[in-house]
Design a protein around this ligand. Structure first.
Ligand code: ZN
Length: 148
C-alpha cells in the first residue's frame, strides 16, 4: 500500500514553507506505540544547524561548493505532523525558537533548467511537482521555478 500519510505530511510541509518562508526537510516516520494507527512524520528546518551539520560532505568538491551557501542557525526548527490512519484530520506541531533569515534562493542548476525547458509547455505547478518528485532534496524554491 502506498504511504498516503507520508505524501500528506510532505504536502503540509510544502505549505508551511509557503506560509513561513522556512523550508522543512523530511527526517523520519514513527509509529506510536501507545496509540494504534498513529504515525508521526518529523521534518527539520533546512537551516537548523543541529540537523544540517550532521550531513556528510558530498564526495564531489563541485557539489560540495554548490551546497555551502546557506546560513545555519540554532533555531531548533522542527515540524511534526501526526496522522491517524483512517481519519481526515491531522495534527501539526511547529517549533521554531529563533527567527532567522528565510530560506534563500540559490541559482537553478543545469539539470533542473533542462527539465524546466523540456516541460515549458506545461503549467508551472506541474513542473514544480515533477521537480519535487524527482529531486526531493533540491534547494531551489517554487518561486524560482515559476520565475524561470
Ligand atoms: Zn530554522
Amino acid at each position: 500500500m502506498a504511504d498516503d500519510g507520508a505524501q500528506t505530511a510532505k504536502n503540509v510541509a510544502a505549505r508551511v514553507w509557503d506560509w513561513t518562508g522556512y523550508r522543512f526537510i523530511y527526517k523520519k516516520k514513527e509509529r506510536s506505540r501507545s496509540s494504534e494507527g498513529t504515525l508521526t512524520y518529523t521534518f527539520f528546518c533546512a537551516q537548523n544547524e543541529k540537523e544540517v551539520t550532521k550531513e556528510k560532505l558530498h564526495p564531489d568538491p563541485r557539489e560540495r561548493r554548490a551546497r555551502i551557501k546557506m546560513d545555519r542557525f540554532p533555531c531548533n526548527g522542527y515540524l511534526r505532523i501526526t496522522v491517524v490512519e483512517g481519519e481526515v484530520t491531522l495534527g501539526i506541531r511547529l517549533t521554531h525558537h529563533r527567527a532567522h533569515c528565510q530560506y534563500v534562493d540559490i541559482s537553478i542548476d543545469d539539470e533542473t533548467k533542462k527539465l524546466i525547458d523540456a516541460m515549458k509547455d506545461s503549467p508551472a505547478s506541474a513542473i514544480w511537482d515533477r521537480i519535487m518528485r524527482e529531486y526531493p532534496s533540491t534547494e531551489i524554491t517554487r518561486k524560482q521555478v515559476y520565475a524561470h
